[in-house]
Design a protein around this ligand. Structure first.
Ligand SMILES: Nc1ncnc2c1ncn2[C@@H]1O[C@H](COP(=O)(O)OP(=O)(O)OP(=O)(O)O)[C@@H](O)[C@H]1O
Ligand SMILES: [Mg+2]
Length: 277
């Protein structure tokens, strides 16, 4: 009985799976350290736990998402081979846990910024690789720059989430990613829809954080997710344990916020059409 109670305490309550058309969601911002990887890891985990067959695509040569799941040994084949040598995605994809799969990155993907630019289809390689996949949900973690890799991610996506860290430089860089979003929509992927701007790492105790949150709300209105991710020690330390928040601190505020965010993503995807032109 006690064992059962303990297990219950260590398992976050996951909402029920609901019907959802297949989605591909990129987490992107040209600014570094805003919580893209943290969101991509925990949201993909949440989707998988809810029962959706989920693929996490790590498009960042820094490989932070991949390192969370893989041991020190570099996988033999990574997205580098998919994007440059047209190796089928299934050949590099690894099963991480129930319903969760990873397409790993490697540092040599940094070379693709030049190599793919020289090819006619260089900006479409991820889109081509993801054609006819059987995942319910593909989550893409992107590098903190606008280049060929981020463009590939946005061209392959149905939806975009922009994480914004509320801090002194919070609003810097948003204009750039918004501009990139508009350009990609107009020139390459009219189906791309801005799902929302996500406030991350907010500390409600700080007055200036509240002020900036207000500024972001004024600027984006309904585009802002109702869910915000608060700064938390549990979220900060979870990568050190190589754990997602649901395993690391199942009953923490961070765990609850990522479940809430995933539900909001599902809700928005169910209602969404690209309207922000
Ligand atoms: N809500 C949070 N509370 C506290 N720390 C956090 C939170 N979210 C992320 N962090 C920490 O902040 C750092 C940056 O987060 P993360 O790696 O997710 O950002 P990123 O946008 O992916 O960075 P990069 O642009 O370098 O890829 C990490 O050390 C992470 O553990
Ligand atoms: Mg990252």
């Amino acid at each position: 009985m006690a064992k059962k109670a303990k297990r219950k305490q260590n398992t976050p309550r996951m909402p029920r799976k609901r019907p959802l058309k297949p989605i591909t969601v990129a987490f992107s911002h040209l600014k570094g350290g805003v919580g893209k990887t943290t969101a991509a890891i925990n949201v993909s985990n949440c989707f998988a736990r809810m029962g959706y067959k989920t693929l996490l695509v790590d498009m960042d040569p820094q490989s932070s998402s991949s390192e969370m799941f893989l041991d020190q040994n570099q996988p033999e084949k990574t997205l580098y081979h998919v994007l440059y040598e047209e190796v089928p995605l299934a050949e590099v994809t690894q099963n991480i846990s129930d319903n969760l799969y990873l397409a790993p990155a490697s540092i040599d993907m940094a070379m693709l910024e030049n190599r793919l630019r020289e090819r006619v289809d260089g900006y479409h390689m991820l889109q081509i690789a993801l054609e006819k996949n059987d995942y319910d949900c593909v989550i893409i973690d992107t590098p903190p720059s606008i280049g060929v890799l981020t463009s590939n991610a946005l061209i392959a996506s149905s939806h975009l989430v922009i994480p914004v860290q509320v801090g002194y430089f919070a609003l810097k860089g948003i204009e750039n990613i918004m501009q990139t979003y508009q350009t990609i929509r107009q020139r390459a992927n009219p189906k791309l829809s801005l799902l929302g701007v996500l406030i991350t790492m907010i500390d409600d105790r700080l007055t200036f954080a509240r002020d900036i949150k207000g500024d972001v709300s004024d600027l984006f209105g309904d585009i802002m997710f109702k869910t915000v991710i608060h700064r938390s020690v549990r979220l900060e330390e979870s990568p050190a344990y190589r754990k997602n928040i649901f395993d690391h601190a199942p009953r923490s505020r961070g765990s609850e916020e990522f479940i809430q965010l995933t539900q909001e993503i599902i809700e928005r995807c169910r209602n969404s059409s690209p309207t922000h032109s």
